[in-house]
Design a protein around this ligand. Structure first.
Ligand code: 5RP
Length: 211
């Protein structure tokens, strides 16, 4: 099955996000993400307004990278209309468990965003806590060149049992590196929302997934 395409909207306002999410763009992307930058600018209200804009059927992620106050924050985003939200890898086990419990109670999902220091032993512990979806991430602040070692790390996470999404400065070339790897979703931000023709770019990224 082709991986999903997720658009990460790290823009400064809901107004901008809605302008990007035309009907044509919405036809091309599988998942819409209220990005961390948008949530910082507009709060949980951004999730509510994006839900109204995209309708009930499209999957919506609130990428807040929760570190603490996890139950409260997760319920804030789920109640605003998110299907998934994220905890950062640096969050402690108590926070992860609280966010996971909140998600499970609402039949929603939680994703761990990998940043900074982590290893496979830690990833196994999170899996045992009941978190089964992880985002393999290279930071926006870096200048990472995707390579074969990244693909191997993604495979190692999949061997633990995780559904793995991949993100951070993705383009067609980096997506092609994952040929044959059952990635859950490729998450693209700037490649899509900075493009003059976001729907066309989304089609090109999906084509890169099929090759
Ligand atoms: C930053 C994020 C981004 O939303 C995600 O990595 C996509 O970003 P881009 O494609 O613009 O690098 O989570 O923290």
């Amino acid at each position: 099955m082709r991986p999903k395409l997720q658009i990460a909207l790290d823009v400064g306002s809901v107004r901008e996000a809605k302008q990007i999410l035309t009907e044509e763009v919405l036809r091309e992307v599988d998942i819409v993400e209220a990005g961390t930058l948008l949530l910082a600018a507009e709060g949980a209200r951004a999730v509510k307004e994006l839900r109204e804009h995209i309708g009930a059927q499209k999957t919506l992620v609130a990428d807040f990278k929760i570190a603490d106050g996890a139950g409260v924050l997760a319920s804030m985003f789920f109640d605003a209309g998110a299907d998934l939200t994220t905890v950062i890898a640096a969050a402690g086990p108590d926070s992860m468990k609280k966010a996971q419990k909140t998600a499970a109670e609402r039949k929603k999902e939680l994703q761990i965003e990998l940043y900074g220091r982590w290893d496979l032993e830690l990833a196994k512990e999170w899996y045992q806590l009941g978190l089964h979806h992880i985002i393999f991430h290279h930071a926006r602040d870096g200048a990472h060149c995707w390579n074969a070692a990244d693909v191997e790390q993604v495979r190692s996470l999949q061997k633990i049992g995780y559904q793995v999404s991949v993100t951070g400065g993705l383009d067609k070339e980096s997506i092609r590196l994952f040929k044959g790897v059952p990635v859950f979703a490729f998450i693209a931000g700037r490649a899509l929302y900075k493009s003059a023709e976001a729907a066309g770019e989304a089609r090109a990224l999906k084509k890169a997934m099929d090759i």
